[in-house]
Design a protein around this ligand. Sequence first.
Ligand code: HPA
Length: 270
Amino acid sequence: MLEKIQEAADFLKRKMQFHPEIAIVLGTGLGSLVHEIADKQEFDYTDIPHFPESTVEGHRGKFIAGRLGNREVVAMQGRFHYYEGYDMKEVTFPIRVMHALGIRTLFVSNAAGGTHPDFKVGDLMVITDHINLFPEHPLRGRNIPYGPRFPDMSEAYSKEWVDLAARIADEQGWTIRQGVYLGSQGPTYETPAEYRMFRLLGADAVGMSTIPEVIVARHCGMKVFGVSVITNVAAMAGAVAEASHEEVQQAADAAQPRMTTLMKELINRI
Ligand code: HPA
């Protein structure tokens, strides 16, 4: 696998005019941050050696390098989800490629269902911690010596950047949420009983992505910031709350301006 990672990184290094320091994974409906990137260079996943291909509706598979504010970044437009059938090595392959490019900062975004009773559709939740319920672990198997066999997860999401995001939200006059993201494999949304169970387990929001990428990033020493858009809320008191991909997309689209501002401000200040 190391050779494949290196080949993908070498391909990008040869073609890129940039030396990006920051990687951003753009989740469902959050693609508009891309419009803020200047001097863009785009690479289809299909052209990058060994990259899996993105299949899910609403995700276009592109790797975009350029400038965001005063920083050089790469953005992943479209990620690989476990529910699409990829194994965890494939899901996290791009993160290892980013590491091989010298990137040590990872920003991730996603859409998630709110299980915290106060959360509303359209809220942004800065991820403070996670609960990994995926059935396969991305670090299972021989340890790749980027990091220890048993990596520490006491601060998977940088506390410093959680606090910085809170200050930015304050300045903007936004209410921003903080909370625990629980990752479950999907592709079904949860039953009412499952939402209740996840709430009992300590989840504030539940989604189908992000955790594998964050684990791999932490293993190889990257610092991580993550944010969820709450696109639907679970009805806890027995009422029926349906979740649909269209509703999720719409709520994610509506949150884009705030998400974009938050990411841009963070990137300018770190
Ligand atoms: N559950 C899981 N994943 C999700 C949800 C949800 O309710 N909403 C958006 N992604």
